[in-house]
Write a protein that binds this ligand. Structure first.
Ligand SMILES: *Cc1c(COP(=O)(O)O)cnc(C)c1O
Length: 479
């Protein structure tokens, strides 16, 4: 039977009536009547628009379920768009999930400086204007062993700043094997073009010798850049010039040697059973003039880009006009300072900085955690076949390419629904669970779930899927 669209319009509920519904009143208690009314109007407008243009079948379905589904939609639209998720992928530096997660110590230390006013640019001793980088520059130098340091928005900005500041209009020598793209459009040749420096390629893709650099030096040369190929590896018949060799060459021709290190590793990764990655301290010791590195990769801090090295170059960059555009805001300064403070004592850093503490967890610890989660889910009649299985994960964030990090996971083989369907349901949980699918199973990796959160995760999974199985369309845990 064809209905007239006008009949559909008549079926649209009135805002005033909706506001009298128990479930909507509850939302008003949480979010306030004003906001809820705005959200209700938006939902009603969507419904009207569907009636205007939609298919009959779709309109009927929507009208049938509208009132029932409304509280959930309103709650969804009023919740913070940026929110917590469970990272069950095992990838510690998941770029899509916010790269390095911050820990309590980092956040607590930062909070004190954030509420109200602070001495962001005020010199407390002299009672006059101070510099915002004084808060962290000394600390970074102390940790990395550099003469000076400066920090900007991210490593892409740090690389741009050092090229613009030290080699604008000049040629910068880079090995052909290091003309990398990091992702998100960060390509060394393009960054260089933006900075005003001219790219002078040397050597070949797989082999570049120190003599290749020396042959390319002319009156036009402004700097030598070495880029750590952080997200891929050249294997086989390869050769590259070492930082020591480059430093020697730079000294001979009075050229600054710049190293884009990518991930800012400050501890020896061999401690965690991983291959050695050059640390910032090592590269500086080998004679690099400036090293640039990210704050939110292996360093485990906030998004930022550091430049550490010779004070002479740092001083020049501090006064560069781009510095004003790239400078850190007070939130980042507070978290960054707190992060570097932990590094003053390595054991503390490993305990308090989540990226490091996750890396330091042993396979045995992960297995025990997986067994605990398995048992908790089992208890709740979870709708799927559950198992504890060994697994391997990656570091992510363009760090440690191809390096397999062993771990443990709880795997779920869904019953009655496909893996994709289950993964989708998990993404719609109040705190979404992001997991991998492999061999027709969902893998809940333990490395990126804090041990003390295991019970919470189990409870949320159990509640959600129990409610789902019982055909309860509304939120679990709200009753
Ligand atoms: C990740 C990376 C960058 C970009 O760093 P961001 O902090 O993400 O801007 C630049 N260079 C290298 C070598 C990298 O690995």
């Amino acid at each position: 039977m064809m209905m007239n669209r006008n009949d559909y319009y008549k079926a649209i509920p009135k805002v005033d009536n909706l506001l009298k519904e128990e479930s909507i009143k509850e939302l008003c208690n949480t979010f306030g009547k004003g906001l809820v009314t705005v959200a209700l109007r938006e939902e009603l407008e969507k419904l009207r628009s569907l009636i205007r243009t939609g298919e009959e079948e779709e309109i009927c379905r929507e009208l049938d379920y509208f009132t029932e589904e409304l509280p959930e939609k309103v709650r969804e639209s009023l919740s913070f768009p940026l929110r917590k998720v469970w990272n069950a992928t095992g990838i510690i530096l998941h770029t899509n999930l916010g790269r390095a997660p911050l820990g309590k110590v980092q956040m607590d230390a930062a909070l004190g400086a954030l509420a109200g006013y602070s001495n962001l640019e005020y010199n407390l001793e002299e009672g006059n204007r101070g510099k915002r980088w004084e808060h962290y520059a000394k600390l970074i130098s102390r940790v990395t062993g550099s003469e000076g340091a400066i920090a900007v928005n991210n490593n892409a900005a740090a690389v741009t700043l050092m090229l613009a500041g030290l080699a604008k209009g000049k040629e910068v020598l880079v090995s052909r094997g290091e003309l990398i793209e990091i992702g998100g459009r960060f390509r060394i040749p393009e960054v260089m073009e933006q900075s005003g420096a001219k790219l002078r390629e040397v050597g070949t893709t797989n082999r570049t010798r120190i003599s290749d650099y020396e042959k390319a030096i002319t009156e036009e040369t402004g700097a030598i850049l070495k880029v750590h190929t952080s997200n891929y590896r050249i294997v086989g018949f390869t050769e590259e010039a070492s930082v020591e060799e480059l430093a020697e060459l730079g000294a001979k021709y009075h050229l600054p040697v710049l190293v884009d290190l990518g991930s800012g590793v400050l501890v020896n990764l061999e401690k965690f059973g991983l291959p050695h990655e050059p640390t910032v301290q090592e590269v500086l010791k080998k004679g690099a003039d400036l090293v640039s590195f990210s704050g939110d990769k292996l360093l485990g801090g906030p998004q930022a880009g550091m430049l550490a090295g010779r004070q002479k170059w740092i001083a020049e960059l501090e006064n560069h006009p781009l510095m004003r555009a790239f400078r850190l805001d007070k939130c980042t300064i507070a978290v960054l300072t707190a992060t570097f403070r932990e590094y003053l004592e390595e054991a503390r850093a490993i305990r308090h900085i989540p990226v490091l503490s996750m890396l330091s967890r042993t396979k045995e610890e992960l297995r025990m955690q997986a067994e605990k989660l398995w048992a908790l889910l089992k208890e709740g009649d979870f709708p799927g076949e559950l198992a504890v299985e060994p697994s391997v994960t990656m570091m992510g964030g363009g760090s440690l390419p191809g390096e397999e990090i062993p771990g443990y996971a709880v795997t779920i083989k869904p019953v009655g629904i496909s893996c994709e369907q289950m993964a989708e349901k998990m993404r719609k949980m109040p705190v979404p669970v992001i997991a991998h699918m492999k061999n027709e199973k969902i893998w809940l990796e333990m490395r990126t779930i804090a041990p003390e959160e295991t019970e919470e995760l189990a409870e949320e999974l159990r509640n959600f899927f129990l409610a789902d199985v019982c055909g309860n369309r509304t939120h679990p845990g709200r009753d």
